[in-house]
Design a binder for this molecule. Sequence first.
Ligand code: AMP
Length: 286
Amino acid sequence: MKIIQSGLELRAWRKSIPREETIGFVPTMGALHEGHLSLVRASRDKCSQTVASIFVNPLQFGPNEDFSRYPRPLEKDIHLLSQEKADILFMPAPQEVYPNNISTFVIEESVSLPLCGAIRPGHFRGVTTIVLKLFNLVQPDFSFFGQKDAQQCAVIERMVRDLNVATKIIRCPIVREADGLALSSRNAYLSPSDREKAPLIYQSLQAAERAFRQGEKSVAHLTSMGRAILESEPAFKIQYWDVRHPSTLETLESLQEIGPGGALCAVAAILGTTRLIDNWVLGGLA
Ligand code: AMP
């Protein structure tokens, strides 16, 4: 695996790749776990060259968020990516990505507004800006993102469509612990007792799935049931527990006539000092 730290060098590498090769791209913020590695494997399966990136993007963190304490176990990450046989690791310094005074940003104005967008103002502007910058450097044929961040997937798919970006977004399934907790770099912040409580998020989603399969089509009923399960543990502060259209993220009232993409049940909650998100697609074909 070749490690590249400068944009110029990455461009030179990209130019050296023959047209018949296919490039897969896996952007990450590091602190890698099986979720990230599943994206690298998906890229390796589909593409002849896989580029992974590690960049903790300051632009997507709010002023009171965890940018400075975000885990950065670089040596371990490099080891994991080379084990997975990524071809390139792009690991730029912040100054390389954001030289002084950048004044051009990418703002998606619809899908990014509700859910995490409402709770973390500016977050998706940071995400779309860095992702487009990375797409411009890597010029990947396929780009791999985790369904774990379902709204992020929807925002990036919209950006790619709206701005004619020549990459295809591949959504990869959520990788979970045995007890259902979705893998996240932030799980490392959980205290042992909060770690025991954390799978309740997944259980609340599974309860909605069961009710849906048994015929419950009212979003109000599904939502109040899912919320009540999470609220039964007072340690959770729920930010949202919502059912929405999977690609527009518009609210839904009934699941009587949902499309082939199903309906997205999305949850965000604070447990201790850790913000956790998770989701489940009800009635999806995938
Ligand atoms: P992050 O490093 O948190 O920015 O995540 C990088 C990529 O890994 C994103 O596309 C995430 O959606 C994806 N990812 C994170 N956790 C998981 C997971 N548990 N399962 C699948 N993909 C994940």
